[in-house]
Design a binder for this molecule. Structure first.
Ligand code: UT7
Length: 322
């Protein structure tokens, strides 16, 4: 049996931090409303010279450092992003060049807020099939560049950042061995008008702005996340009370709590960063994962479940042993 084992994590945030009060000076909102409805207190916003590629590269460097590796040891980069530096080439190739990876495979995956879970699923399949040996899986975004700063229903919700993990293919006959145990991915294009960007290279020729029917997305998110969490645990024959940590997509504290409650997962075992990062789309899960690995909450041998849901809709979950 080959498993993709997590051997390093890293993350990066832009220099500039923006509080709810600062946003209240731009649009008709308040710190109280944002905290109550979302759990967000502040977010990081990319400035001049900070891009998805530069944040991804910084996060990847830290993940490589944690794994005791260099770019030359990596033969696969899968980068989840919906805000690439350019329409093409893939931002993964920018990261590859910056890290000196000497070839291998590099491409982007576009599944919006589920981008990291999709990227992880793809990389895991490639490692287990023997297509590569060591992968960098990255979630990186500059979502604030897609925001309509006059729309209070969306501009207060998002932030920028990047997170990365290094996966290594390792053989083992032990079912308790570390590594990714199961991944479930879903998409339902019937709902893409509830969360989308109103531009693109083949339609308007512009980048466009993010549009969301937040309330409807909210309702789908709680149901879909609870369902996919249950699926991935069932697939692995794991009961909710055996899970040590849930590392969810950080869109809204109330969504995270709602999905966890449906499964009977206690909130003390849920990693929350939404208060400080806001919704960083594909970056949110690896940012939270890196935080919980570095501060020692996640320990070797523990069972971790990652989950996300985003535009498309896309959603998914992955169960792994640290
Ligand atoms: O990453 C995956 C994709 N995104 C999500 O998962 C986000 C999902 N949705 C949400 O997180 C929530 O739906 C929001 C935080 C976006 C909104 O919270 P809500 O409790 O669903 O509020 P609502 O949309 O039902 O709006 C309630 C009221 C409205 O006013 P009226 O019509 O009741 O008078 C809004 O106009 O809140 C108003 N409102 C605001 N007020 C102050 C909307 N945005 C703001 C704001 N400040 N920033």
């Amino acid at each position: 049996m080959i498993r993709s084992v997590l051997i390093g994590t890293g993350s990066a945030l832009p220099a500039k931090c923006v509080s709810n009060d600062e946003l209240a000076q731009r649009v008709d909102t308040s710190d109280e409303w944002i905290r109550e409805r979302t759990g967000i207190a502040f977010r990081y916003v990319a400035g001049e010279g900070e891009t998805t590629g530069s944040l991804a590269t910084a996060a990847a460097r830290r993940a490589l450092e944690a794994a005791g590796l260099t770019g030359a040891d990596i033969d696969l980069i899968v980068l989840g992003t919906t805000t690439p530096d350019q329409t093409f080439p893939a931002t993964a190739t920018t990261v590859q060049a910056a890290l000196g990876c000497n070839g291998g495979i590099a491409f982007d995956v576009q599944a919006v807020c589920s981008g990291f879970i999709y990227a992880l699923g793809v990389a895991d399949s490639m490692l287990r099939s023997g297509a590569a040996r060591r992968a960098l899986v990255i979630g990186a975004e500059t979502m604030t560049r897609l925001l309509d700063w006059e729309d209070r229903g969306t501009c207060v919700l998002f932030g920028d950042g990047a997170g990365a993990v290094v996966l290594e293919a390792r053989e083992s006959d032990d079912p308790q061995a570390p590594g990714i145990i199961a991944t479930r991915l879903h998409a339902d294009g019937a709902h893409n008008e509830l969360l989308f960007v109103d531009g693109g290279p083949s339609t308007t020729g512009t980048v466009g702005k993010l549009r969301m029917s937040g309330n409807q997305v909210f309702r789908h998110a709680v149901v879909n996340l609870a369902q996919v969490l249950r699926e991935v645990l069932d697939q692995a024959g794991v009961a909710p009370d055996q899970v040590d940590w849930v590392v969810p997509h950080q869109a809204n504290a109330r969504i995270i709590e709602g999905a966890a409650r449906k499964l009977g997962l206690p909130l003390e075992r849920v990693v929350m960063t939404v208060d400080r990062h806001a919704n960083t789309s594909a970056a949110s899960v690896p940012l939270a994962l890196d935080e919980a690995m570095r501060d020692g909450r996640i320990k070797p041998g523990q069972l971790i479940v990652l989950e996300a849901m985003g535009g498309g809709f896309t959603w998914g979950a992955s169960l792994l042993r640290a």
